[in-house]
Design a protein around this ligand. Structure first.
Ligand code: AOF
Ligand code: ZN
Length: 363
């Protein structure tokens, strides 16, 4: 029974996907005499919290009711007043919580406030699901760096392009649409300048009602052509170029004059130091990034340890070719016991393709 209402809270929370960042997705359900009398979720960053919306939407008095919420109610004055205070004020009798809020401003203080006021509190219902829904928030609030998801698309024999370099299309329409769901979900999308020069992509989210990710282009020498699509349709400065001191100052000035945000970063092996970049992007409020890079950028991301999750789409076709590109290039390791190891989370079929999701080990 408890799980049924927590599941509903999670469903509501998910409706805020792509809009709450860097805040978590939160949903709340109010139950009285065995009936749901109110529901709500955190709709967008800066707007009212899930509990506030659920109370506002309640069809009758919430006094004596039970509230189900996937994250500990907050105890701090942020953009909104504390939810724990509202719960106490409205005389809600019991609160069922999925998981603690790791935000240092909250971290158990919400629960302490409730318990002190005599509200009965249960914690840990569907905890694993609640943590997973907000895995980005949990990572970002602790590290202040974006949660980075590597996405690749390959043939069953592990190639990302034919010998000619042609890659349109390996995965089917459904898998490609799924990628747009990822672009809606994560705050930023990152790729290298060679991909921009070769494919001239838009790097937008083409889902109706979806949100465009901020575009982050790695370009250590500022080689990006001014007519690239990613520089043409900039809304609110959405393209960020990550470069180094080696870049031509004149090229930098031209780009900045065109309204592009240019970040000058430390160098690592003659390229942008990705850890430095993560610190800078985190400070800009970017909590998550989808990496859609080529083989060399993907290799650098693995080597520099910025990745948390890997989503690999695999198409039922064989491309062959000893020199055809694979998802991760670089120098590789000398022996399988030196490999970067991951843990599989799931495999699902999307149209004709398979989607494999794996997590990198905690570092
Ligand atoms: C809740 N319910 O629905 C959400 C919570 O700046 P504010 O006021 O929006 O506070 C943001 C913080 O509040 C966020 O970092 C997280 O700790 C918590 N989010 N808490 O009780 C909600 N979205
Ligand atoms: Zn709150």
């Amino acid at each position: 029974m408890e799980e049924q209402y927590m599941k509903r809270a999670l469903e509501l929370a998910e409706q805020g996907m792509g809009k709450t960042a860097p805040n978590p997705m939160v949903g709340a359900v109010i139950l009285k005499d065995g009936r749901i009398i109110g529901e709500g979720f955190h709709k967008a960053y800066g707007e009212s919290h899930a509990e506030v919306n659920a109370v506002k939407n309640a069809s009758e008095s919430v006094e004596g009711a039970t509230l189900y919420v996937n994250l500990e109610p907050c105890s701090h004055y942020g953009k909104t007043p504390p939810c724990a205070e509202l719960i106490i004020q409205k005389r809600i009798k019991r609160v069922v919580i999925g998981t603690l809020d790791p935000n240092p401003l909250v971290e158990g203080k919400g629960i302490a406030m409730l318990v002190k006021a005599g509200v009965s509190v249960t914690v840990g219902v569907m905890e694993a699901e609640c943590k997973k829904l907000n895995e980005v928030f949990f990572y970002y609030i602790k590290t202040e760096k974006p949660y980075v998801v590597l996405k690749t698309a390959m043939s069953l024999d592990g190639k990302i392009a034919a010998v000619t370099g042609k890659s349109k299309w390996i995965t089917g329409e459904e898998a490609r649409e799924d990628v747009h769901r990822l672009r809606n979900r994560y705050a930023g999308i990152m790729t290298g300048v060679s991909t921009v020069i070769k494919d001239d992509p838009q790097l937008t989210c083409r889902l109706t009602g979806g949100k465009n990710p901020k575009r982050i282009i790695l370009d250590s020498r500022l080689r990006i052509p001014l007519h690239s699509k990613v520089l043409q349709d900039q809304v609110n400065n959405q393209t960020i170029l990550a470069t180094t001191e080696q870049a031509d100052p004149e090229a930098r000035r031209r780009l900045e004059d065109a309204g592009v945000k240019v970040l000058v970063l430390h160098e690592k092996d003659q390229r942008v130091d990705l850890q430095d970049l993560m610190v800078r992007l985190g400070a800009m409020g970017i909590d998550s990034i989808l990496l859609e890079g080529g083989a060399e950028l993907n290799a650098a991301a693995v080597e520099q340890g910025i990745l948390q999750k890997y989503i690999a789409y695999t198409a039922p076709m064989i491309l062959g070719g000893g020199s055809s590109r694979t998802p991760v290039g670089g120098m590789g390791v000398q022996s399988p016991d030196q490999a970067q190891s991951l843990t599989f989370e799931s495999v699902e079929q999307i149209g004709k393709d398979m989607k494999m999701t794996a997590y990198f080990k905690d570092r």
